[in-house]
Design a protein around this ligand. Sequence first.
Ligand code: CP
Length: 333
Amino acid sequence: MFEQKDPNLIQLNSAGQLKHFLTTEGLSRELLTEILDTADSFVDMSAQQVKKVPLLRGKTVVNLFFEASTRTASTFELAAKRLSADVLNLNIKTSSTSKGETLKDTLMTMEAMHSDMFVVRHSDSGAAHYIASQVTPHVAVINAGDGRHAHPTQAMLDMLTIRQHKGSFEPLKVAIVGDILHSRVARSQIHALRTLGAAEIRVIAPTTLLPRHIEALGVKVYTDMNQGLKDIDVVMMLRLQKERMQSALLPSESEFYRLYGLTEEKLKLTHPDSIVMHPGPINRGVEIETSVADGPKSLILKQVTNGIAVRMAVMSMSMSGQMTEYQAEKEGE
Ligand code: CP
């Protein structure tokens, strides 16, 4: 666990623009909306014959994934390529990390290759903040998931998907269901949903999978899924993160599925126009029934597609924020 300072002291430049993207916590509604609007323009672009823009031409993006990933790593790579960047995916398993090289030494090594942006996934909460505090000025850092702390691009692609299907956030009742305790996604979603003005945010989980004092984030807590799903507009399911569980927090997977799995039967309790989301990877028959995951309300694959546009948005905005700061410093010299 790395020490974390006020994220906005690090992730915003003096003009209040993104220069890193580390967390959704504390970002203004205007800035979150700007990310969504910018992402929307890239969604439109992906329908064109040529899916490339020169916004990161001449820049080098290094993907540093110290934890496994399918969706996030692939869509960051595609996003960087669509922005015309040179992309380097460091294979951590075959890198010198396996010989005991520290995170800081790996970072300095990659910086020596004149990298302009690091996309980082790490099992330690605060790792992306730490890297952003260590990099040379004008190198951008994007958090691709740090420990249990934050997964801000996942939250923003979820917000984009909700906005596309529901229009505005104000009338929405949203339920986040499952392993809230270990979920960096849930934290980032809650911060974003609150800032964007969702009417009600519920978390639904057994007591053993709820962080203490979660109510302080402005959510309503339900341990009974049948009650919690009533009239819900957006159901956001979460995976059981068994790799992060240090003790037995559940009687069994089948008992969890009976009480907290999203089945067609339970889905009937939600609003008739409800939508179903999941950040993936999904575990069918553990937190979600196959017919729900593949059913007409499911937006799970749409979320994956939207990941490209959202990641293009935060990468281009962060690099632009870095360049604005660089220009301001040059003029002040
Ligand atoms: N949602 C998500 O972060 O998926 P990956 O672990 O496959 O990147």
